[in-house]
Design a protein around this ligand. Structure first.
Ligand code: MG
Length: 382
């Protein structure tokens, strides 16, 4: 029985993780749940999973939840604020923490969980892009496993689990291409509704916009480099609109190992939660005859400048990926608030990166400082 804390239990990854926990009730036990402010969903989850503690970032909502618990005679510890997330992950008798929250809270609670020797299932790629070398170093020091939830990284993890890192020739990350891969109108006219209409994956708003600009793929290249300790030069992107093949690894002998499945985030989430076991799931089998053929195309770095920016950030290293990711978060939010055009996202990110002076330090503080600086600078450009 694996005991798990889910940070971000009301979001897309969190709710899917709980569906899995429900199907695998004899293998997974939910010890803790955390949300930002959505206590209505949390109430249903508390009734269903009976966690020993929960945390609500929003203080007023956490008080409302406490009152609800008392009036319903439900015994559960309720923590609040960002430090509440840390208390939750530090609970003894927890094996794994699923990090499915975005932003700084994700970083802090990931660090707290690693420090208290909990394995991490990570869905927050921004944390790895921002402070990857620090996180991986800390995890190695504490003997903690970092398991990917991202479908591509889960695929790579599954493709290289038995092999030596030194035998990897290259990693090929697949990209569905998002909604604009074949878009022939002017990119500056792209609306929020069009950007949020992803053809194969149903996800949160920020990551869906990132999938439309392909910044998501750019962040994933850096994430792969961090997670697997592979230099950026050995990581390639290939367009694969069907989202059947989730990524592949080529070895020095010319063998290519790939992972395929119907596109369903439940598969990588379940694999991370149950690792090293594989347990049954409800995911539909692939029918190769119906699929007929798998298609692959070269990515267009000019149409999607965020790809170029990501490789540049990865090559520069140190604080540059942190700056890119933070500027992107600010720009995407501005686009979703109708403050800027779709094409302005990449422009703002590029200008912020250009203005940044790299700090050649790998300390956590330097990553946090760079993130803070980039948010401030990007905001001024809007
Ligand atoms: Mg992905």
């Amino acid at each position: 029985m694996k005991k798990i804390v889910v940070l971000g239990s009301s979001g897309s990854i969190g709710t899917q993780a709980l569906d899995i926990a429900c199907n695998l009730a004899s293998d997974i036990c939910i010890k803790g749940l955390a949300v930002d402010s959505n206590i209505e969903i949390l109430k249903l989850q508390i009734k269903k999973f009976k966690p020993s503690a929960v945390s609500v970032n929003n203080f007023i909502e956490s008080r409302n939840l406490e009152k609800w618990c008392v009036s319903n005679n439900i015994e559960v510890s309720v923590y609040s604020g960002p430090s509440g997330f840390e208390r939750l992950v530090e609970m003894p008798d927890v094996d794994m923490v699923l990090v499915a929250i975005v932003g700084a809270a994700g970083l802090k609670s990931t660090i707290a969980a690693i420090k208290s020797k909990k394995d991490i299932a990570i869905a927050n790629k921004e944390t790895l892009v921002m402070a990857g070398s620090y996180i991986m170093g800390l995890a190695a020091e504490k003997g903690v496993s970092i398991l990917p939830i991202d479908s591509e990284h889960s695929a790579i993890f599954q493709c290289c689990i038995r092999e030596k890192k030194s035998q990897i020739k290259k990693i090929v990350l697949t990209a569905s291409g998002g909604p604009f891969y074949k878009y022939d109108k002017e990119f500056s006219k792209i609306t929020i509704e069009e950007a949020l209409n992803h053809p194969t994956w149903k996800m949160g708003r920020k990551i869906t916009v990132d999938s439309a600009t392909l910044m998501n793929k750019g962040l994933e290249v850096i994430e792969a480099s961090v997670l697997f300790g592979i230099p950026i030069e050995k990581i390639e992107i290939i367009m694969h609109p069907q989202s059947i093949l989730h990524s592949m690894v080529e070895y020095i002998d010319g063998s290519v190992i790939a992972q395929l499945s119907n596109p369903d985030m439940k598969l990588p989430i379940q694999y991370a939660l149950t690792y090293p076991e594989r347990l049954p799931s409800n995911i539909k089998s692939l029918n190769f005859v119906d699929i007929g053929k798998l298609e692959f195309f070269k990515p267009d770095f000019n149409k999607f400048p965020c790809l170029k920016l990501s490789y540049y950030a990865a090559k520069k290293g140190f604080t540059m990926p942190s700056v890119m990711s933070a500027a992107n978060e600010v720009a995407v939010e501005a686009f979703l608030n109708k403050e800027i055009k779709f094409t302005n996202i990449a422009e703002i990110v590029e200008k912020t990166m250009y203005a940044h002076t790299i700090s050649k330090s790998l300390s956590l503080d330097s990553f946090i400082e760079a993130d803070f600086w980039a948010r401030h600078y990007a905001r001024k450009l809007i």
